[in-house]
Write a protein that binds this ligand. Structure first.
Ligand code: PLP
Ligand code: COI
Length: 342
């Protein structure tokens, strides 16, 4: 892509080649210091554990510009921490926060002209990931690991942008098991979601909401985002579960809603039987930002929320507007969540 001719506000969520990425290597118990490279293809062993047994983890982050053109990350140390949590669960070496953040910042600065301009709604998506590589055949941890950061300019994940989507509450397939790897950001969770996603799309839904794998009774999360609901009494409720990804966007929204706007926010098990009490619903995540859920399909019945599922609800809108303004420096960052990329 040519950053001089790109129509930033028209970008979708897909991969576009930009010149630089960061590679670091772990061998014999230590990470090297890493470096920027231009090659976007990898040469790894055909027996590499990541290819056969899924020893792989990743993160998703965004860099955005404020009105004065400076570039900002949103709570990157939380992604560094979650990457370490995922690494421990998948028996991979932890990346020191310093290396994680340096790799990200070097990659962004090397590709600076690909960070979309302020006010276009686009951002530079950042994908740090780690692969278990090296010769292998048996099921055991990889002998070597590669840490990579690539970046690519993106628009909204759900192509409609801030418009209500329709999700299918999945009653047969599970995304993650109770004591499985649902809380780790690892490829297998997403591979498991491909078939239910395909079926949901064929039925006319945008994506899937999963239920707990033990009783199929409690909401968990969507395929690429956590979820929240606004109840009739104005309370905001969001599922609590050890099998979902610990979304940084969701945790940020909880604090904004509670402390800045004075909402009551409940983080608890939410039963599907409560669906009739929802007046708004939303999905939240780095890629999804805050996406209104206009309707949920459950056991063949469509449950519509605010404005018959056609418009974003006022509380969902308020959260979306505040979060997006905060992330580009348009409202004051009272918590030190923004970190400048310099
Ligand atoms: N849940 C899943 C399955 C995800 O892939 C993501 C995306 O990162 C999220 C939730 C949202 O997490 P975060 O807000 O930290 O991006
Ligand atoms: C993100 O929101 O950054 C994610 O990682 C979701 C991704 C699967 C698109």
């Amino acid at each position: 892509m040519n950053p001089k001719t790109t129509e930033w506000s028209k970008l979708d969520f897909s991969y576009r080649y930009v010149p630089y990425r960061f590679h670091a290597y772990w061998k014999d118990g230590a990470w090297n210091s890493g470096k920027l490279v231009t090659e976007n293809k990898l040469l790894i062993d055909e027996g590499a554990v990541c290819l056969h047994y899924g020893q792989e983890i990743f993160e998703g982050m965004k860099a955005q510009r404020s009105e004065d053109g400076r570039i900002w990350l949103f709570r990157p140390e939380e992604n560094a921490r979650r990457f370490q949590d995922s690494a421990r669960r998948m028996l991979m070496p932890e990346i020191p926060e310093e290396l994680f953040i340096r790799g990200i910042k070097e990659t962004i600065l090397a590709n600076k002209e690909y960070v979309p301009p302020y006010g276009t709604g686009a951002s530079l998506y950042i994908r740090p990931f780690m692969l278990g590589v090296g010769e292998n055949l048996g099921v055991r941890p990889a002998p070597e690991f590669i840490f990579i950061v690539f970046v690519t300019p993106v628009g909204p994940y759900f192509k409609e942008g801030f418009k209500p989507i329709s999700l299918k509450v999945e009653t047969y397939y599970d995304r993650a098991a109770a004591h499985g790897v649902g809380a780790a950001k690892t490829g297998g969770n997403y591979a498991a979601s491909l078939l239910p996603l395909k079926q949901a799309r064929e039925e006319g839904f945008n994506d899937v909401v999963y239920l707990d794998s033990v009783e199929h009774k409690y909401f968990e999360e969507s395929g690429v985002a956590n979820i929240f609901f606004v109840l009739k009494n104005g309370t905001i409720a969001t599922p609590k579960s050890d099998a979902i990804l610990n979304s940084i966007t969701r945790r940020s929204l909880v604090r904004i809603a509670r402390d800045d706007f004075g909402f009551t926010v409940e983080e608890r098990q939410i039963s599907v039987a409560e669906i009739k009490d929802f007046v708004e619903a939303g999905a939240c995540g780095t890629a999804a930002v805050v996406t209104p859920i206009g309707s949920l399909g459950y056991k063949g019945e469509i449950h519509k929320f605010y404005a018959d599922g056609k418009e974003p609800g006022p509380i969902t809108r308020k959260l979306y507007e505040h979060l997006t303004a905060l992330q580009i420096g348009d409202v004051e960052d009272t918590r030190g969540w923004l970190k400048e990329v310099v």
